[in-house]
Ligand binder design. Structure first.
Ligand code: FMN
Length: 202
């Protein structure tokens, strides 16, 4: 059974919902999935003014730890889109993994990516690309979604991409659920990621 870490940041909870769906898909396929939220960096005043939910999410999700990463067979990284880029909170966490990079600790493990953005053309793909450079430097084996995960992938009118699962959250900060297509793509991707990870880890 492969052990997969889902390491992500979420400000309002949309990315957490995607992470939970991926976990469900991995477990349905017989794998082990661990949700890990990276630490918040926003000033406390902003958190209070904007109703940021990051801290609340830690009720049932553990905080990510750099030391734990080598114990996973594969890692799926997630971040909401920030001006077409990955969030600083995820970057800050990844920037602490220099010793793992130097020791080649993540080399050969699988890597995948997921994201959400408030507008359909506001940066889903570019955010996944900005996360993927990290995996390249660490020598991880990137598992993209491609178009072969089922009919949904080629027909979705909301999120979901060949780069990895995505979520269109048009209300911005307002919490809305994943569309049926987005859920289906995330579940299929999780199964695919688990299967590839299991083969590579064997
Ligand atoms: C500072 C900031 C920058 C953002 N930049 C973008 C962007 O470039 N494109 C976009 O479509 N949405 C953008 N958004 C919206 C978020 O990506 C979107 O609401 C996200 O899905 C929220 O995920 P979360 O609920 O996990 O925090 C931005 C939001 C914030 C707060």
């Amino acid at each position: 059974m492969a052990s997969i870490g889902i390491v992500y940041y979420s400000m309002y909870g949309h990315t957490t919902e995607m992470a939970r769906t991926l976990k469900q898909g991995i477990e349905k396929d017989g794998g082990e999935a661990h949700l890990r939220l990276v630490p918040e960096l926003l000033p406390q005043q902003l958190i209070e003014d904007q109703g940021v939910a990051t801290v609340d999410q830690l009720d049932d999700v553990e905080e990510a730890s750099v030391d734990e990463l080598p114990g996973f067979d594969g890692i799926i990284f997630g971040s909401p889109t920030r001006f077409g880029n990955r969030a600083a909170q995820l970057s800050n966490f990844l920037d602490q993994t220099g010793p793992l990079w130097q020791a080649g600790e993540l080399h050969g493990k699988t890597a995948g990516f997921f994201t959400g953005a408030a507008t359909m053309h506001g940066g889903h793909e570019s955010t996944i690309l900005t996360m993927s450079t990290y995996a390249m430097h660490l020598g991880m084996v990137i598992v993209p979604a491609g178009y072969a995960l089922g009919e949904t992938m080629g027909a979705t009118r909301t999120g979901g991409s060949p780069y990895g699962p995505t979520h269109w959250s048009p209300q911005g900060g307002t919490k809305d659920g994943l569309s049926d297509d987005e859920s289906q793509i995330a579940l299929s991707y999780a199964q695919w990621f688990h299967q590839v990870t299991e083969k590579l880890a064997a």
